[in-house]
Write a protein that binds this ligand. Structure first.
Ligand SMILES: NC(=O)c1ccc[n+]([C@@H]2O[C@H](COP(=O)([O-])OP(=O)(O)OC[C@H]3O[C@@H](n4cnc5c(N)ncnc54)[C@H](O)[C@@H]3O)[C@@H](O)[C@H]2O)c1
Length: 178
């Protein structure tokens, strides 16, 4: 039996890269997977891969920087699979125009922070939702992708967004250390 047998896992940014690989891995371990992406076609392609390998998954189009979309994706987990046990806040960007403080435009900063930092913040609010709340509080199965590809010359907005994510995580989730 897989390590995630009987669990429902929601993965944001599941249409590509780490999110897609995680979707197939989680399904291989027995999870039913909610594949969320702002690009519905790529999320659906991930679902096809999971199903082709005998797994169960559903595609949901959602923008993680939107509170309404965040609620929609969690509701989809409830409606389709009856609950939510694992939340992987993975969606993130490293904009090609993200540079140092002088080179990075305000628009690029705002876009990056909205997806990488606010998106994780909104994903964490899932615990305020009925059934999901109870299940997730009991199991504490939440993963935030706070890692960053450290470019040699720095990616101002991307680095800041990930550091924010990790900072919030440490202080909120393991407060007994401080
Ligand atoms: N690949 C790396 O080397 C690396 C290194 C460190 C950290 N990371 C982090 O890992 C995570 C995934 O990286 P990846 O390399 O798989 O990226 P990727 O670009 O391959 O995939 C990201 C996915 O997120 C989706 N997405 C973008 N904006 C979204 C939004 N607003 N709402 C919902 N979905 C959205 C994209 O459509 C895409 O499918 C990111 O948070 C990234 O910062 C990646």
């Amino acid at each position: 039996m897989g390590r995630l047998a009987g669990k429902v896992a929601l993965i944001t940014g599941a249409g590509s890269g780490i999110g897609r690989a995680s979707a197939t891995l989680f399904a291989h371990e027995g999870a039913r997977v909610v594949c969320v992406d702002i690009d519905e076609a790529t999320a659906s392609a991930t679902v096809d891969m999971v199903v082709a390998e005998g797994g169960e998954a559903v595609a949901v189009r959602a923008d993680v920087s939107s509170a309404a979309d965040s609620e929609t994706m969690v509701q989809a987990a409830e409606d389709t699979f009856g609950g939510l046990h694992v939340m992987f806040n993975n969606a993130g960007i490293m904009h090609s125009d993200d540079g140092d403080a002088q080179a990075t435009s305000e628009d690029v900063w705002d876009l990056t922070m909205n997806i990488n930092a606010k998106g994780v913040f909104l994903g964490r609010r899932v615990r305020n939702l009925g059934t999901c709340c109870t299940q997730m509080r009991n199991k504490r199965s939440r993963i935030d992708d706070g890692s960053t590809a450290r470019a040699p010359h720095g990616r101002n907005a991307e680095l800041a967004s990930k550091e924010h994510t990790l900072g919030v995580d440490v202080h909120r989730e393991i407060p007994h250390i401080f």
